[in-house]
Design a protein around this ligand. Structure first.
Ligand SMILES: Cc1cc2nc3c(=O)[nH]c(=O)nc-3n(C[C@H](O)[C@H](O)[C@H](O)COP(=O)(O)OP(=O)(O)OC[C@H]3O[C@@H](n4cnc5c(N)ncnc54)[C@H](O)[C@@H]3O)c2cc1C
Length: 416
């Protein structure tokens, strides 16, 4: 596809997603907010999820080379920004399936693609996938190599050899879609665990495919998150869950590489732009129309106008950085990974600060749930923490890149 064709295709997708967000996703909160439990709210999003599948958005997360309609990171980022601007929870439901599929897309072999991708390529139904990494005892140190004390550090979920395959035991939590729509598990789960006896996780981390029905899966709890109130984050155990050798992604020992490529940094930059945008629209409308009993609309007070101007600058900066990262990813440029991490860290932290500033523009009315700002702040607080926490994962990754003697700081300019 030429650059002009790619731009046209992305603009068409963005317009389709924006229209969908306005027509369909704008109704999510009125359906889900009154429901008392996380499980009920999550299940109420299923018809919205189905409409996203029917609109072809799930197929957009699978590359064309593997039978989907995905055309790269830049198009996915445009889709994410528009859907998140419509509703962050339901958009996260879609992109969590994307996260669950990414290890399969990137590290799967042709037989695995043929066996497990077809349900996710149909433009009907509500197929969901999970990436099960996070554990109650911590996840950031999943690659901890120190075995000198004899204590098993890092991930605690294990796979032990059994016949021509593995049996998985362990506990995971904060895993999107892990309960499935009905509590019996997702259509597909990729579990990251330590396989075999090698105590060094760099040799033993593995990503294993567990298709439905997942034997040995017990949902033990659902967490009560601050935001994304219509998204479900279960805790669960796996007990002697069988996995044949054919369902190992890559090789045992590839787990760390697979995890690092699965968490999409640039995608979070796009989500950050989407949340900031919808909050900005609310605050701008308020500032231009409401006088709060004074003579002029509040935007005419310089302190208010300047704050809005600063937030607008930040939105454009986050989107531009995200687009830079996506363009580098699509071009396979050497600076792509670093730019993605910058987009994740800068986008997520800028979004948190900007949401709080937009609440300051609106004042006390922003503090109630009759305006969307309070809910959006709750949602955006997840961004620095998830998809690889900004400290435990992302800044550590930048630090490691910078410390590498072969690192070229300006490889990020390769495609400029
Ligand atoms: C809405 C939402 C959806 C999610 N979906 C999923 C999902 O689908 N699948 C999934 O597996 N997970 C999911 N998660 C979990 C998420 O991805 C976590 O961010 C991630 O697993 C790592 O958590 P953490 O960085 O807090 O690690 P932890 O190990 O819990 O570390 C906690 C903190 O300790 C400090 N720390 C620990 N070790 C170090 C170190 N070596 N150096 C520096 N600081 C350190 C850091 O300050 C870090 O923030 C989700 C979370 C949320 C909120």
């Amino acid at each position: 596809m030429s650059a002009t064709e790619a731009l046209h295709s992305r603009q068409t997708l963005r317009a389709q997603a924006r229209e969908f967000a306005g027509d369909v996703l704008s109704r999510v909160r009125e359906v889900t907010d009154p429901l008392p439990t996380a499980i009920e709210r999550y299940r109420a999003t299923r018809p919205f999820y189905e409409q996203m599948v029917e609109a072809g958005f799930l197929r957009r997360l699978v590359p064309q080379a593997l039978g989907g309609d995905g055309t790269g990171a830049s198009a996915t980022a445009a889709l994410a920004e528009e859907l998140v601007a419509g509703d962050p929870s339901v958009a996260l439901n879609l992109f969590s399936t994307g996260l669950g599929l990414t290890p399969l897309l990137r590290a799967g072999n042709p037989a695995q693609h043929a066996a497990f991708l077809p349900p996710f390529l149909a433009m009907s139904g509500t197929p969901i996938a999970s990436l099960a990494l996070t554990e109650p005892g911590g996840t950031a140190n999943l690659d901890e190599p120190d075995t000198s004390t004899g204590e098993r550090l890092g991930l605690q979920t294990t796979a032990r050899r059994h016949g021509d395959g593995w049996l998985v035991d362990g506990e995971k939590q904060w895993v999107s879609h892990a309960a499935g729509w009905d509590g019996t598990g997702p259509d597909l789960m990729i579990v990251v665990c330590r396989a075999g006896d090698d105590p060094d996780p760099r040799n033993s981390l593995a990503a294993l495919i567990l298709p439905a029905p997942i034997e040995g899966l017990t949902i033990t709890d659902v967490l009560d998150p601050l935001g994304h109130r219509a998204h479900l984050l279960p805790r669960f155990t796996l007990t002697a869950s069988p996995v044949p050798d054919a369902n190992v992604l890559g090789e045992v020992g590839d787990g760390l590489r697979i995890v690092n490529t699965a968490f999409g940094g640039a995608l979070i930059g796009a989500c950050a732009a989407g949340v900031m945008r919808s909050a900005f629209d609310v605050a701008l409308r308020f500032a231009r129309t409401d006088r709060r009993g004074g003579r002029v609309p509040v935007i005419e007070h310089q302190g208010v106008g300047f704050l809005l101007a600063d937030v607008k600058t930040r939105i454009e900066a986050v989107r531009a950085l995200t687009q830079r990262a996506c363009a580098a990813l699509d071009a396979g440029s050497p600076g792509a990974e670093e730019l993605s991490v910058h987009a994740k860290i800068f986008g997520s932290e800028t979004a948190v600060q900007s949401l709080i500033d937009l609440m300051r523009v609106v004042g006390v009315e922003s503090y109630g749930h009759h305006l969307p700002l309070a809910g959006l702040v709750q949602d955006v607080l997840a961004y620095p923490l998830f998809s690889g926490g900004n400290i435990g994962f992302r800044r550590r990754r930048l630090q490691a890149l910078l410390a590498d003697p072969g690192y070229d700081p300006w490889c990020t300019m390769a495609d400029l």
